[in-house]
Design a protein around this ligand. Structure first.
Ligand SMILES: [Zn+2]
Length: 215
């Protein structure tokens, strides 16, 4: 039984919330190793079980001074795992905060400018008619357009569904033009404290939030 045990672990490198990756440490912002005096980003806190004294060291010094390999030691593996989970939670919180902020801004932008009116553009003969004289009906809303085919001879239109689709399209365009493209490849969970629950990408989550706000 070793007289030393690992009681804590931390990684001082800042995490980039977009990529989720650790960034290099700024010189001077690391921990100065209790053993070798070098600056470390990754620090193990080792306790001398007999004296209760603690040492904050890098992984190389953990091996050389205290005789354990942080990569293989069960206690340190557990600590590393929980530190990684904590970092993932933090990254998710930051991503979610960015998503929520942009969603509110998009929502406010739509409220401020207002929605353009839905305009009936008329009926025109359908090129590939299934029955004689079949028409195609067009509605527009700003830059969005939606059409519907006359489902049966002599009428039976479904305007309300077409208008609903049109509004959906118009909103989609407003959302799409505001969300950074790279958000499509970045995961986020809507649960700030549970980074692995219901994971989607930041663009989807932002769009979902805007639609909720507009409801
Ligand atoms: Zn050291």
């Amino acid at each position: 039984m070793s007289k030393y045990r690992v009681i804590d672990y931390y990684d001082l490198r800042p995490v980039d919330w977009l990529s989720g990756k650790r960034m290099p440490l700024e010189p001077g912002s690391g921990h100065v190793c209790d053993r070798c005096g070098a600056e470390h980003a990754v620090v193990y806190v080792v306790e001398d079980v007999e004296s209760g004294k603690t040492y904050r060291v890098g992984s190389g010094c953990a091996k050389q001074s205290f005789g354990f390999d942080p990569e293989k030691n069960d206690e340190s593996k557990k600590l590393i795992k929980s530190a990684k989970e904590e970092a993932a939670t933090h990254v998710n919180e930051l991503r979610l905060a960015a998503v929520q902020e942009l969603a509110r801004a998009i929502f406010k932008g739509i409220q401020r400018t207002g929605r353009p009116p839905v305009v009936f553009q008329g009926d025109a003969p359908f090129k590939y008619a299934h029955f004689p004289g079949q028409l195609v009906r067009t509605f527009t809303m700003g830059d969005a357009e939606a059409t519907e085919l006359q489902p049966s001879a002599g009428g039976g239109w479904h305007d309300s569904q077409t208008v609903e689709l049109l509004i959906h399209r118009w909103i989609s365009t407003r959302i799409e033009e505001s969300i950074p493209k790279e958000w499509q490849s970045i995961n986020v969970s809507p649960y700030s404290d549970r980074p692995r629950k219901n994971v989607t990408n930041m663009a989807n989550e932002c769009s979902r939030l805007v639609r909720n706000l507009l409801r």
